[in-house]
Design a binder for this molecule. Sequence first.
Ligand code: NDP
Length: 434
Amino acid sequence: KERNPIENEFHQTVKEIFESLIPVFAKHPHYIDNGILERIVEPERLITFRVPWVDDQGKVKVNRGFRVQFNSAIGPYKGGLRFHPTVNASIIKFLGFEQIFKNSLTGQPIGGGKGGSDFDPKGKSDAEIMRFAQSFMSELYRHIGPDIDVPAGDIGVGAREIGFLFGQYKKIRGVYEAGILTGKGLGYGGSLARTEATGYGAVYFVEEMLKDKGLSFKGSTVVVSGSGNVSIYAIEKATQLGAKVVTCSDSNGYIYDPNGINLDTLKKLKEIERKRISEYVDVHPEAEYYEGTSGVWSIPCDIALPCATQNEIDETAANVLVSNGVKAIGEGANMPSTLEAIDVFLANDILFGPAKAANAGGVAVSALEMAQNSIRLSWAFEEVDAKLHQIMEGIYRNCMKAADDYGYPGNLVVGANIAGFLKVADAMIDQGII
Ligand code: NDP
């Protein structure tokens, strides 16, 4: 805290991870002797840069760009770019730190990184988005490459933004390197099932948690927050598995649809028209719209999938979920539950799938996109989806095993942190003090 004052989100994730590693150090003190904690918590590199651009009125605007290259022990840095006004060094470092362990859990050879800007894409024209993305890449290009650092999307960065970023990289470098970004369009090196991967993966992970307890999505009521990339495809897969998903939200409010969220309407509103979620009720008058975001957790459900943003479930919301009989939580977003909320879930024996395990499907399929780019082939949707399913089952099993091995049976928070950590820490030790 002395070294990184006011980086609250970063402190929060470091505390969560380091505390769950205590049983590892008790068993294997050589990690302490090798200074792993001091080294792993310090990014290999944190780049910040100026992003000047011109709006549609001809006015010059300046945003701040970030890329944290946190850890390259097991592969090139890999992690998304977030365009959102709340982006700062703390947010990027918390996301980058989480990413190290998440990427390790996927079993793919990818290190941890993250980036973004405090640019707000909301209300901007396509031309403004393009000029901003071009200016952002005009600096970022010198720091990335297929074997160096491979960014992807995150909040505010979808297929449109990745396209503009890719085009600018190609223009500056004069080389067609498909593997410099993932989440690309299908026509120029993207992977089938990447759009769906994080949401589908989160549901596959929760399915495993439920299966172990003789439960399933079939016939269950599900509450989902957010209405972006992760939310839409979590809703799609949960619905395919026989659940009724009754909510979705944005940063202004939430929808409660007792008949189940209509996916066609949701996709049209958010993916094509880029409208606010409040307009859902114009098409479905039986649904209700409520201002404010936290009320979504007061809707009774069997399974909750927070898929919007960090710290969206606090202790109060967690207690409401528990008293309404929730059985399982699967974190689609990064760090959506506060430390106090996680304590509430664990104390009440609620099945809890932490983000770095439950939402690892997106980056796992990004790694599969990199593999396809390297061999210049594209796999079928079913093939990628089957690999994703297998990866999520594998992550679940590894987390459960690590939790068991270190004396916390069933605790996936501890299991995910330990399983993710061991591989990275061992690689760091093998590679010497660097
Ligand atoms: P999107 O930008 O596609 O969607 C984000 C959604 O969350 C939007 O509907 C947004 O609404 C909503 N939102 C933002 N803030 C709040 C809030 N305070 N309360 C309620 N809703 C809010 O982002 P993604 O779906 O890609 O990302 C969502 C989360 O998943 C993030 O935590 C991200 O880091 C994580 N994640 C994403 C991956 C991916 O592959 N995309 C991979 C792994 C994790 P609005 O339009 O009002 O801003």
